[in-house]
Design a protein around this ligand. Structure first.
Ligand code: GLA
Length: 779
């Protein structure tokens, strides 16, 4: 199908050249940075880009999604290149079929759409390890996204391959690539201009010499690494105050064309957290504001699609893995449908069409089908299907056993264990089940920082099994150095000391469909008690899109006809998996489910609508127990005062250093005189005034957190995202308090706070008091 497509495309391309078409149809063009505007062939041009990822759309549907973007009124497609999907094994590059990013770009050109290329090497994007290959982590001391010699050597090899695929598609050479990005939001990671300079040189060295190169960052961080010879663009989300976001850039470079390189249409979903949405009107208003000011934009995401298989990433702190659906509440839904948000935006973009821009009718969606429920009757229990083990004296992470993704089992025998002994696992990444002689003792969830298992008395020689499922590798900030399996050690801890466990047999369960199929399946009438693969075939009259209903299942992965479809987890909010019809067959189809928790019923049906917002979390997302009230009587604040009514970061210095582990910020009123408080980010400063790491933080208490109209829990103040925030509920009155448990005692000299980015800084705190204690606060 793809080959036919390419052939048709080449014919069309040559026809377009012959016709001398002025759109991106084969004739060399210039794209330059002019005075406060981009210049396409010397004429002012506003980029209206739709971000979508070829990896998140079946190749068979690429063209449909591009047509959807064109019919929306966009003139450009913006995309990342995902290093880790192209180089899954070092030195083995794959740019074919689903990975054929050049064909994706050419399809955009076929529909007169330009391309903005973002080849990373780091891309973030809620994608496993932000797009970096896991095998980089085999080097113990690697420093990702730095001048680490090995990292740079591998980046160079990758970038040159990208160049071979795509450099000839620059507009100057008759293609449709307008601009190329260097790195991604590096200001949110580090300050290192030399590294960015080297990255720029690698991008140029790969052949991207003819079009502008740019850096994208936040308004608060773009100057940290801004290079003189690169264009600077700013990322922010729906609702942000456009003028405030561009103010520092306008001041730094009065003549630069302005571009919001990522305008977030919605947001991504985490397992166990409320489904994210952003209002259409607010998104559209922001785009109108930008177009009225001649500001270029890329709408991230215009179509989010699906993070198939195991490719989802995670955020940390706190560790929190991404759902498989990347619907993003974007204008084009996960299955490629035009949503009400799409039509509202289209109405606006029709009014702002470029001269000569043709905005076609909205293409029809692909048809969907219902599939009647069927049972998965063939079962292969995981513990009856162990692969050959590798022996290892010490505990080591998965990467050291040459395993990239999936599940790993660590097995050893115990010495005699007295009751009261605690098994301490440092650290289980990311979800572990601990067994003694096959009996489940406990499950450990990294999202909650769980690492210990109280043991009963156990005889010498008891078999200890620790089965660890790797969820997505962290895709943001320094935690991207995220090794999987067990990262450091396993100990038996008693009041008298601790003993490290050694002598492990290690079993790897990779994520390939072939590995899942190649098991001893046996017919079973009821679900297996424990982790197992389930298999079935089902017949279809037609191959149309559907949504696999996983509501009766526990936690694991699904493969259909050899394609990895995605992860499921009963806690939600995602309860269905998007199943593209192009991967189904008329006649017999095969499905395999690995369920590590075990299903209530091994039954699947196909639905015509997705279920993306059904949360069954085991614990509430908020941080205040029923009836719990913080008692600050008798406590003395270490600082009190009023914040300035201003955008951006502010510091609250104590004027001395205090020691403590628990920090309480009490807000007494708001700048706008209203009743609720909000805060986007908070840092605690050490004795030197430097930012303390937040990896071990927990919210010990928050008096009020809004979750009815969105996800505004207090942990948003340390999730590293300036666009997400803690907000109290409308009905609760001042004072408002949050208590942070830093995880260990620290020397503290102050706080650094960031209000919301929206116009008027809603909920910005005015009066504050800060309390610091070594022991927990009283309730
Ligand atoms: C940043 C990154 C993107 C993505 C968005 C959030 O802007 O650059 O890759 O992670 O945040 O969706």
């Amino acid at each position: 199908m793809l080959k036919t497509c390419i052939r048709g495309l080449l014919i069309l391309l040559s026809l377009a050249v012959m016709a001398g078409c002025s759109l991106p149809s084969g004739k060399p063009q210039t794209f330059e940075i002019g005075d406060q505007t981009f210049l396409l062939d010397g004429k002012p041009f506003v980029v209206k880009a739709a971000e979508m990822h070829y990896t998140r759309i079946p190749a068979e549907y690429w063209e449909h999604r591009i047509e959807m973007c064109k019919a929306l009124g966009m003139n450009t497609i913006c995309l990342y290149v995902f290093w880790n999907i192209h180089e899954q094994k070092p030195g083995e590059f794959d740019f074919e079929g689903q990975n054929d990013v050049a064909t994706f770009c050419r399809l955009a050109q076929k529909h007169d759409m330009y391309v903005i290329l973002r080849p990373g090497p780091y891309v973030c994007a809620e994608w496993e390890m932000g797009g970096l290959p896991w095998w980089l982590l085999k080097k113990d001391d690697i420093k990702l996204r730095s001048n680490d010699a090995y990292f740079m050597e591998r980046v160079k090899l990758f970038m040159n391959e990208v160049g071979k695929e795509l450099a000839d598609l620059q507009v100057s050479r008759g293609g449709n690539i307008l601009m190329v990005q260097v790195e991604n939001e590096y200001g949110a990671y580090a300050t290192d201009k030399e590294y960015i300079g080297q990255m720029r040189d690698l991008v140029k060295g790969a052949g991207f010499t003819d079009v502008p190169l740019f850096q994208c960052d936040w308004s608060s961080t773009f100057q940290r690494n801004g290079l003189d010879d690169l264009l600077w663009t700013i990322n922010f989300g729906t609702g942000a105050d456009i003028d405030a976001q561009f103010k520092p850039l306008r001041e730094a470079r009065p003549h630069t064309p302005l571009m919001c390189s990522e305008y977030w249409s919605g947001w991504f979903d985490h397992w166990g957290r409320k489904h994210e949405t952003r209002p259409a009107e607010v998104m559209v208003d922001g785009i109108r504001d930008m177009l009225d000011r001649g500001i270029s934009f890329s709408l991230y995401m215009t179509h989010g699609g699906t993070t198939f298989g195991h490719w989802g990433g995670a955020n940390c702190p706190p560790y929190s893995a991404m759902c498989s659906s990347y619907d993003y509440d974007a204008p084009i839904s996960e299955a490629g449908w035009a949503t009400p948000k799409y039509y509202q935006l289209r109405e606006l973009l029709l009014q702002y069409a470029d001269s000569g821009q043709v905005i076609p009718d909205v293409p029809a969606p692909y048809p969907t089908q219902q599939i009647p429920a069927f049972q998965l009757k063939e079962v292969a229990p995981l513990f009856d299907n162990l692969p050959e083990p590798k022996e290892s004296e010490d505990i080591r992470p998965m990467e050291q056993f040459d395993q990239g993704w999936g599940t790993i089992l660590y097995r050893t025998t115990l010495p005699e264990v007295a009751e009261g002994t605690v098994l301490v696992i440092d650290e289980a990444h990311d979800w572990a089940q601990v067994y003694a002689d096959g009996k489940l003792l406990k499950r450990l969830d990294r999202r909650r920082g769980e690492n210990s298992v109280p043991l009963p008395a156990l005889a010498e020689g008891t078999r200890l099994d620790i089965l660890v499922e790797a969820m997505g590798r962290v895709n943001f900030d320094v935690a991207i150095h995220d090794r999987k399996g067990i990262t450091k050690s396993v100990r038996l801890a008693t009041p008298d000391g601790s003993q490290e466990l050694k002598g492990w047999s290690v079993y790897s369960f990779p994520v390939d469909a072939a590995f899942a199929r190649d098991k001893q399946y046996a017919a079973a009438d009821k679900p297996c008690n424990g982790p197992a693969w389930y298999r079935a075939t089902f017949r279809l009259d037609k191959a149309a899109d559907t949504f696999l209903d996983m509501r009766t299942w526990g936690k694991g992965m699904v493969w259909v006809n050899g394609k990895a479809i995605g992860r499921f987890w009963k806690i939600g909010p995602q309860q269905t998996l998007y199943m593209p019809g192009c991967w189904l067959k008329e006649g017999e189809n095969e499905i395999i489910v690995l369920d590590l928790l075990g299903p209530d019923q091994p039954v699947i049906q196909g639905l015509e609508q997705p279920i993306l917002d059904e949360l069954h979390a085991e614990a509430p997302a908020t941080h205040r127990a029923e009836g719990q009230n913080l008692d600050l009587k008798g406590e003395t604040p270490v600082a009190r005062g009023q914040l300035k009514a201003a955008d951006g970061w502010q510091e609250v210095m104590f004027g001395r250093t205090v020691k403590g582990r628990y920090v309480c910020l009490e807000a007494t009123d708001a700048q706008d005189g209203k009743d609720y408080a909000a805060l986007a980010e908070l840092y605690v400063l050490d004795a030197q005034g430097k930012l303390l790491p937040r990896l071990k933080w927990k919210i010990a208490y928050a008096d009020s957190e809004s979750t009815s109209w969105g996800n505004y829990t207090a942990d948003k103040i340390y999730d590293l995202q300036e666009s997400t925030y803690w907000s109290t509920r409308d009905k609760d009155r001042f004072p408002h308090q949050i208590v942070i448990d830093l995880g260990e005692e620290q020397e503290i000299s102050g706080l650094r706070l960031l209000p919301r980015a929206e116009e008027g800084r809603p909920g910005m705190i005015k009066g504050y008091k800060v309390y610091v204690k070594s022991s927990p606060f009283r309730f």
